[in-house]
Every structure is written in structure tokens, then in C-alpha cells.
Design a protein. Structure first.
Length: 368
């Protein structure tokens, strides 16, 4: 009688595709006069921030999410153009169609990046490396845009790898190279670790994944809280998350940063009356979602912010007025009235019931 050898674990083949400076690249494609100059997409007002910038601008230290004023200080010749979201969405839809030629397992992260699970595809002889190359070729040939890709056994490594050879490149991390790839990886490159968290980790003696691997979850918890478990796993190259191929929207929001600070409830309410129709217009594009709460966000002059929410079944203007009154009282701090620099409205949606989630998982199980 033949002995049954244990089955080898299934190795995932995950591709993370990330467009190169997407919004700026579309502008340079459509307007040749922008191709050889430092370019950014965003607002050019005193409080505007940049969505993205091209690689010429990045040589001056300009970065996404940077204020327009700071960017101009670093690069006086920077050209800032307003975004064209309808165009970017159309391009993104075309990119998504290209992805679907190679796999149905796609998890979009934004208009310009996505995870693809090609573990069971037969395209390109089943080679994830060749599939990534072909996808990038299709994008360039059909849209005249470049993309970078990371290929790895899990989402975490694939995302890190996609940034290794940017722009217009790709990086493959096979299973037997994961440990060495992660070993000296700086913690600041791990998604979820922002500047403040990285500073805390550095102060505690953690700078690379090697440092984390030599420690323990118990020692990490006081520094990063619940993120300690995930961080410890990532430091060992472990990420067991499946692709979320059908994401459930949890909220909808709209906000505006004001050119000049405002101080009174009356001024805030005038802004809300301008935002509410835009929120409703966005809501009309979202179907089959049940509203369960609405909220308001205020950001103050000192950049601290507050959010007030309450249960609600529809976006009611009177409810926003009530929430505004509660939020506005928090503008007073240490006896001083802080100005308000941003006003935002939010809607929260109900999550799918537990039974629906179980049924969805059952439907994804392979037949025996």
C-alpha cells in the first residue's frame, strides 16, 4: 500500500499593479506641453494640497498630499493643474478591463492600483511574471501610460515590490526569496506605518523588519497597539489576507477646505448648504446601500478635528444642523475660539448581515 505524501501548500501568485504618477501622467499624455516640466495635479489655492506630481517635480522634493504653497517653495516653476476626475475614471475603467482579461480575482484599491490573484490562471503558461509584463504592455499600447508591478506570494510583499523598480518596471519576489527581501526592509515602507508611528518605533529601537523579528508582539504592543500582531507577521513576510474582490462601501463623504477661516455656526451652515447637494448627487450614484447614520466633521485652525455622528436613515438637513451645533461647541479650547478651516459631511451605511457573508464565502468554495 502506497503511503500518502502530504500535500504541498498552495502558493499564491499575487500581482500588485500601480500606475506611475497616474493623474499627472494622464495630463502629460493629453497635453504635450506638460511632458518636460515639473507638473502637479491639485488645487493652487493657499490651502490646497497636491493629489500627485510627475517625476520631474519629485526631484525637487515635491510629493503628493503636500500643500501647494510648500510645493511652490520647493519648485517655483511647478505647474499645478486642476484634476479631471471624469477622464481619470474613464482611463481607470479601461485599465480594469485589461486586468479582467487575465483574471476575475481583482481587488481595486483606488483608480490607479489594484491587486490581482493569478494563482489559477492559464494565461502566459501560468507565469505571474509574464502576466504582469503583458498587462503593463497592454496598458502602454492601449492608453500610452506606464505602470509598475510587484509579483509575490502575498499582498503585502507584492505591494512593497511594486515600488522597487518604479517607474515603468516590475519586481518579482518568489517564495524562497521572501525572507531575505523582508529582512532589512525599513519599517517606514510598511503600509500603515506613518511618520509618527515610525518615529515611535525608532525611539524604541525598531528601524527594520530584522529588529521586529528579533523582538516580540508583547514588546511591540505598547508602541503600536493592536497593529503589533500584523507588524510582527509582516516582518516575517506573512500576510494571509485574501483579495476582497467585492468591496462593500461603508461610508460616503464630501468636504471642503476653506480659503479663509470661519468662526460662526451661521457661516458653517452656509457651507453645509453648499455641500449637501453635492453629497446627494454622489449618493444617487451608489445603489442598494442602507443609510444608518450621518455625521459632520470640522477641522480647526490648529489642524485638530472633531466628528459628530448620530443614527439616521436619510441625509436630513435639520440633522446636520443639530450635529453642527454639537461640533461647533468644540471650537472653544482653553477659552479661545478656534477658527474652522474645513467642513465635511458624512453618511454611514449598514454592513451586510452575517448570513450574507457566510453564504458569499460558501459560494466561493471550490466544488469537491
Amino acid at each position: 500500500m502506497k503511503s500518502l505524501s502530504p500535500k504541498k501548500p498552495i502558493v499564491k501568485k499575487i500581482i500588485h499593479v500601480d500606475m506611475d504618477c497616474f493623474y499627472a501622467a494622464v495630463e502629460m499624455r493629453d497635453f504635450p506641453e506638460y511632458r518636460d516640466i515639473p507638473l502637479a495635479v491639485g488645487g493652487d489655492g493657499p490651502r490646497s494640497v497636491l493629489c500627485t506630481c510627475n517625476y520631474i517635480a519629485r526631484q525637487f522634493g515635491v510629493r503628493s498630499a503636500m500643500s501647494a504653497i510648500k510645493a511652490k517653495q520647493l519648485c517655483p516653476e511647478l505647474k499645478i493643474v486642476h484634476g479631471r476626475m471624469a477622464v481619470y475614471k474613464e482611463v481607470s475603467d479601461h485599465i480594469r478591463e485589461i486586468f479582467s482579461r487575465y483574471t476575475d480575482l481583482i481587488e481595486p484599491l483606488s483608480l490607479d492600483e489594484a491587486y490581482l490573484d493569478v494563482s489559477n490562471t492559464t494565461h502566459c503558461q501560468g507565469s505571474a511574471t509574464l502576466i504582469a509584463e503583458q498587462i503593463r504592455t497592454d496598458i502602454f499600447n492601449e492608453l500610452n501610460l506606464t505602470a509598475s508591478a510587484g509579483i509575490a506570494p502575498n499582498k503585502f510583499i507584492a505591494k512593497i515590490a511594486s515600488d522597487e523598480n518604479k517607474p515603468n518596471g516590475q519586481c518579482v519576489i518568489p517564495p524562497d526569496k521572501v525572507a531575505s527581501f523582508v529582512e532589512e526592509l525599513p519599517l517606514r515602507k510598511i503600509p500603515g506605518i506613518g511618520p509618527k508611528t515610525f518615529q515611535k518605533l525608532q525611539q524604541a529601537g525598531f528601524s527594520t523588519c530584522h529588529d521586529v523579528r528579533a523582538s516580540s508582539i508583547a514588546k511591540l504592543t505598547p508602541i503600536v497597539g493592536k497593529f503589533a500582531v500584523s507588524l510582527y507577521q509582516k516582518a516575517h513576510g506573512i500576510d494571509n489576507r485574501e483579495l476582497e474582490v467585492s468591496r462593500q462601501r461603508k461610508s460616503l463623504a464630501i468636504e471642503t477646505t476653506l480659503a479663509v477661516d470661519i468662526y460662526t455656526e451661521k457661516e458653517c451652515f452656509a457651507v453645509i448648504k453648499q455641500l449637501l447637494p453635492k453629497l446627494l448627487a454622489r449618493l444617487n450614484k451608489v445603489s442598494n446601500l442602507k443609510i444608518v447614520r450621518q455625521g459632520i466633521k470640522l477641522k480647526f485652525t490648529d489642524f485638530n478635528q472633531t466628528t459628530v455622528e448620530q443614527q439616521s436613515l436619510s441625509p436630513d438637513q435639520q440633522t446636520y444642523m443639530t450635529l453642527l451645533s454639537k461640533a461647533h461647541t468644540r471650537a472653544n479650547k482653553n477659552g479661545m475660539q478656534r477658527g474652522i478651516r474645513l467642513v465635511g459631511l458624512t453618511l454611514g451605511f449598514a454592513e451586510p448581515c452575517v448570513e450574507s457573508k457566510v453564504m458569499a464565502k460558501q459560494m466561493m468554495l471550490p466544488s469537491l
